[in-house]
Design a protein around this ligand. Structure first.
Ligand code: 5AD
Ligand code: SF4
Ligand code: FES
Length: 340
C-alpha cells in the first residue's frame, strides 16, 4: 500500500485499480492522509482561503432524493433573498475580510439572468472574487454571469455512476451536467465540482471513477463530503456515516490533483466535531464559513446536523480563524485562485 501512496505523491497518477485498493484499505489511512497533507503543503503552502458563503434561496425546482431542499419536501419553510439583500450580505462578507463570496441556492428560476447579472455586477464593485453555485443553466446564462463578473462556478457531479445519478436525481440528465461543466470550463471559469461519499448503492469502484473524472476534466476545485441521510427525503432511512471514506477520497484527490483548491466541507464537520480541521490536515486548503444571517441558516437544510445554524457570521469568522491558527496555518489575504 505504501508503494501506491508514494507513487501517487510523486507522480500524481494512479490507475483505477490502485485507487480502489487505497479506498478499501484501512491499515494505511494515516500514511495516506499524511501524504496528502505534504502534497498540499508543497503545492499550496500553509495559507487557508476563506470563502464567505451566502445561501440566498432554499427554493429548488429539482427533486434530488438525498436533498432537503428538493421540491417535494413540504416540511421546510422556503425563503428567497431579494437582490439588494444579497448584495448587502456580500458587503458584510467583504467587511469580515473574505476575499471571495460564494452565492449558493437551489435551482430557483426567480433569479432570472438579469437579476443574477445585477447582483454579480454590484458585488463585483466590492472587489471580491465571486463564485456562483446555483445549478444547471444554459450556456448563454453562464456567459452572461461571467461577463457580469463571476469568476468561479461550483457544480458537483455528485456521482459519476450514471445509473446511480439518474436514480438519485430524477428528471435530471447526467449528459447535461457534463455539458454544464464543459461550458463553464470553455467560458473561462474556475470550475468546481465534486461528489458525495456513501450514497446508497455507490461502490468504491465508482468513487475511483469520480476521482479520475476530476482529473480528466481538469477541475480547479473539488468539494467532497459524506452523504448524510435526511428524514425529510426518501433516503431518510439510508445508511450514512462515511466520514473516513470521505477523507480518503479527498486525500487521494489531493494526491492526483496537487495544485487545485479543496475545501474542508461543512458536511465533514457535521459528522465529526473536528471534521474541517482534520480535512485541512489531510489535503484541504479552503474553508467556506457561512455568512447567511438569522433563521435562513437553519432553513437551508440540505441535511440534518448542519453546523453553525445558531451562530452569527461574526462568531463563525472568529471561530474558524482561531481553529486555523491553532493548527499552525494562516488565513490567506489573497483571492485564492488556483494559479496565482
Ligand atoms: N448529505 C450530504 N450532502 C448533501 N448535498 C445535498 N444533500 C446532501 C445530503 N443529504 C450536497 C450536494 C450538493 C451540495 C450543495 O450539497 O452534493 O451539490
Ligand atoms: Fe436542488 Fe441542489 Fe438539492 Fe438537488 S441537490 S434538490 S438541485 S438544491
Ligand atoms: Fe461557525 Fe465555528 S465556523 S461556529
Amino acid at each position: 500500500m505504501l508503494d501506491i501512496i508514494n507513487k501517487a505523491a510523486a507522480t500524481h497518477e494512479l490507475a483505477r485499480e490502485e485507487i480502489v485498493r487505497l479506498l478499501r484499505d484501512t491499515d494505511f489511512m494515516p500514511e495516506l492522509l499524511a501524504a496528502a497533507d505534504r502534497v498540499r503543503k508543497h503545492y499550496k503552502g500553509d495559507e487557508v482561503h476563506l470563502r464567505g458563503l451566502i445561501e440566498f434561496s432554499n427554493r429548488c425546482k429539482q427533486n434530488c432524493l438525498y436533498c432537503g431542499l428538493r421540491r417535494d419536501n413540504q416540511n421546510i419553510e422556503r425563503y428567497r433573498l431579494e437582490p439588494d439583500e444579497i448584495i448587502e450580505l456580500a458587503r458584510k462578507a467583504k467587511d469580515y475580510g473574505y476575499k471571495t463570496v460564494v452565492l449558493q441556492s437551489g435551482e430557483d428560476d426567480y433569479y432570472t439572468v438579469d437579476r443574477m447579472c445585477y447582483i454579480i455586477r454590484k458585488i463585483k464593485e466590492l472587489d471580491v472574487a465571486i463564485t456562483i453555485s446555483a445549478g444547471e443553466k444554459n450556456q448563454a446564462e453562464y456567459r452572461a454571469y461571467k461577463e457580469a463578473g463571476a469568476d468561479r462556478y461550483l457544480l458537483r457531479i455528485e456521482t459519476t455512476d450514471e445509473q446511480l445519478y439518474h436514480r438519485l436525481d430524477p428528471g435530471m440528465s447526467f449528459a447535461n451536467r457534463i455539458r454544464c461543466l464543459q461550458d463553464l470550463k470553455s467560458l473561462g471559469y474556475e470550475v468546481g465540482t465534486g461528489c458525495m461519499v456513501g450514497l446508497p448503492g455507490q461502490t468504491v469502484e465508482s468513487l475511483a471513477e469520480d476521482i479520475l473524472f476530476f482529473k480528466q476534466i481538469d477541475a480547479d476545485m473539488i468539494g467532497i463530503g459524506p452523504f448524510i441521510p435526511n428524514q425529510d427525503t426518501p433516503l431518510g432511512e439510508a445508511r450514512g456515516g462515511a466520514f473516513e471514506l470521505s477523507l480518503k477520497v479527498m486525500a487521494i484527490t489531493r494526491l492526483l490533483l496537487p495544485d487545485i483548491n479543496i475545501p474542508a466541507t461543512t458536511a465533514m464537520e457535521s459528522l465529526h466535531p473536528n471534521g474541517r480541521m482534520i480535512a485541512l490536515q489531510s489535503g484541504a486548503n479552503v474553508v467556506m464559513p457561512n455568512v447567511t444571517e438569522g433563521e435562513y441558516r437553519r432553513l437551508y437544510a440540505l441535511y440534518p446536523g448542519k453546523i453553525c445554524i445558531n451562530d452569527t457570521p461574526g462568531h463563525c469568522r472568529a471561530c474558524i480563524t482561531g481553529k486555523i491558527q491553532a493548527i499552525g496555518r494562516k488565513v490567506s489575504g489573497s483571492y485564492g485562485f488556483r494559479h496565482n
